[in-house]
Design a protein. Structure first.
Length: 140
């Protein structure tokens, strides 16, 4: 499944990037997303002990015009908790100076369970996010 948000959005500190479009849907019920939400549910629908998903995020981020310039970061989060190894940090030289970021992670969901995935602003200030693209693939 691919979910996106092309327009610039201001994501407050400790909040999720919201995804507005679903260009590629899975057509099944193992990955669930409600348009306009920042949460995606991965379901462990399997006869094995777990279902494995690859989650990939890419986008452009900048410091909003009304904020002081400094480092800004997003991270992929599982059940609301950001995963440190997915932290994407940039330090723009000026406001509205966009940088491209990318991260990926494999997530194991136990059989008959669910996990929620999001992309979270882990900065202390709001962040402009544009061209957000989240791809979720069931790989095993």
């Amino acid at each position: 499944m691919e979910i996106t948000a092309n327009a610039i959005q201001v994501v407050a500190a400790n909040q999720n990037v919201l995804f507005t479009d679903v260009p590629v849907s899975t057509g099944c019920c193992s990955i669930i997303h409600r348009e306009g939400s920042g949460l995606v549910t991965l379901r462990g629908i399997t006869n094995q002990c777990r279902a494995r998903y690859k989650v990939t995020f890419g986008g452009n981020i900048a410091v909003p015009a009304e904020e002081a310039v400094g480092p800004i970061s997003l991270a992929i989060a599982i059940n609301g908790e950001s995963v440190p190894t997915t932290t994407m940090t940039v330090t723009p030289a000026a406001v509205d100076n966009y940088f491209n970021i990318f991260s990926a992670i494999y997530i194991d969901v136990p059989a008959n369970c669910c996990s929620q995935v999001s992309v979270k602003n882990i900065s202390t200030i709001p962040v402009n996010v544009q061209n957000a693209n989240l791809i979720l693939e069931r790989v095993a």
